[in-house]
Design a protein around this ligand. Structure first.
Ligand SMILES: Cc1cc2nc3c(=O)[nH]c(=O)nc-3n(C[C@H](O)[C@H](O)[C@H](O)COP(=O)(O)O)c2cc1C
Length: 424
């Protein structure tokens, strides 16, 4: 494992960073009153059903909140921004099992945790029981992480077409072999293993309750459900009734996932489904402070202040600086940051030219200069609250290998299903 990149280079690249960070930290603690009326109203009427932490192996998680693994997003830099806001589990970007056991340098670089990440959470994607077990063994023996999550939720055609991702639980025996192999490989080191999945291929081919029971039998610490089918991709609404049904069916903790845009949604989900915790993905894109809101909500505290544009700009700058430090390359770090610009600025009255320039930055100096032209006093656009962000693509027929639906009991390993492009 590579050591976390020293943060000092950031101080060299921009001395605004520390000032901005302090300013941001102060602003986050201010209790909101006037312009947060809408948020308070949404939180009102939601009673806190959860009083106990989520237990993953020997680790108590409070609040019971998980940053969803998101390929290309939840790297060490973004996790740090989120972790600073509140408690929970912060899952790293997905790692493919074969690339890990083959020690592909690019993959090894992705397994990077900060020294203060106490519960290092790593997501694996694999389709082969032997390779997955070998990957978990490697993680355990080389102390690469404290928790392994297995990804069975990817709806990308390139992956399902070969029987991987969200298509795989349909082959229940193969699914069981993968999960059992991972749990057994993790046991000597006491690593908790969890499974993250979708409801099934489509509504005629639902797998989540069966897969949840298989995973429970295999000894997983928890099961997370993104309550959509692969066919739905990111369209429509997550079906929280499915989360409730899974909770009814399982004894191990169930984590609900799908459409948590605000902290109040997390409380509503827990109350509605009985879930033991929540997994939050797109809601925190451009809004790492959502984890402060979640911590406050689960503690029954008022929501922290919504950041004005100046505070958002400070977070943007810090995010870019952290990325540059993590990648040890200013150009590369700035290029990686570009995708976050629109999420941070969503709803703010910022002109098209400036947005475009920000989304094309190639140096930290350029970024900070552009951010400096924003109107720092501009209040947070409350109309952007509770609205979807990130992927919202249309449903699409699920590509599957020939004869896949007729081969439920086949537990042979699908060929070529392990690709680098295997997000959820
Ligand atoms: C950009 C992006 C990348 C994702 N990558 C992964 C991934 O690598 N592994 C995974 O299990 N899910 C992945 N997901 C799915 C999320 O973890 C989550 O299940 C999904 O976004 C639904 O939760 P949400 O409604 O809170 O966003 C990804 C989602 C997005 C938007």
């Amino acid at each position: 494992m590579e050591a976390e990149v020293d943060t000092h280079p950031q101080e060299e690249v921009g001395d605004r960073r520390l000032e901005d960070r302090d300013q941001l930290a102060r602003s986050m603690r201010i209790t909101h009153d006037d312009d947060s009326a809408r948020r308070r109203a949404t939180l009102e009427g939601v009673t806190l059903a959860l009083t106990k932490p989520l237990v993953l192996g020997g680790h108590d998680v409070w609040p019971p909140v998980v940053l969803a693994p998101m390929a290309g997003i939840t790297n060490v830099a973004f996790r740090r921004l989120c972790r600073e806001q509140g408690g929970g589990v912060y899952v790293c970007e997905m790692i493919t099992t074969r690339a890990l056991v083959e020690r592909i340098p690019r993959t090894l670089k992705m397994i990077r945790f900060a020294p203060d990440e106490e519960f290092r959470s790593l997501q694996l994607y694999g389709v082969d029981p032997e390779v997955t077990a070998a990957a978990v063994r490697m993680i355990a023996e080389e102390n690469l992480a404290d928790h392994v999550d297995l990804n069975f939720g990817c709806p990308v055609p390139k992956v399902t077409r070969r029987g991987g991702g969200a298509a795989l639980p349909w082959r229940h025996r193969l699914f069981g072999r993968i999960v059992r192999g991972a749990v057994e490989a993790a046991r000597p080191a006491g690593l908790p293993v969890t499974v993250k999945m979708r409801m099934g291929i489509d509504h005629d081919h639902l797998t989540y309750v069966e897969a949840g029971l298989i995973a429970q039998e295999a000894g997983v610490a928890a099961v997370a459900l993104h309550a959509r089918t692969a066919e739905q991709r990111y369209s429509g609404s997550a079906d929280w009734d499915a989360i409730a049904a899974l909770k009814q069916a399982l004894d191990v903790p169930v984590l609900g996932n799908g459409d948590i845009w605000e902290a109040s949604d997390a409380l509503r989900m827990v109350e509605y489904t009985g879930a033991d915790g929540v997994v939050v993905g797109r809601g925190c894109l451009g809004r790492p402070w959502l984890f402060a809101d979640l911590s406050a909500a689960f503690a029954g505290r008022p929501a922290p202040a919504l950041p004005a544009l100046g505070e958002v700009a400070a977070v943007m700058s810090r995010h870019a600086h952290l990325l540059v430090a993590a990648l040890a390359d200013e150009r590369h770090g700035c290029a990686d940051f570009r995708k976050h610009v629109a999420w941070y600025l969503k709803g703010f009255p910022v002109g098209g030219d400036l947005r475009r320039d920000l989304a094309m930055v190639s140096s930290l100096g350029e970024l900070d200069d552009l951010l400096g032209t924003l109107d720092a006093a501009e209040p947070f656009p409350v109309e952007a609250l509770g609205r979807p962000r990130g992927r919202v693509n249309a449903p699409g027929r699920v590509s599957l290998p020939y004869g896949w639906l007729d081969s439920r009991d086949d537990d042979s390993v699908p060929a070529g299903a392990e690709t680098e492009d295997s997000g959820g």
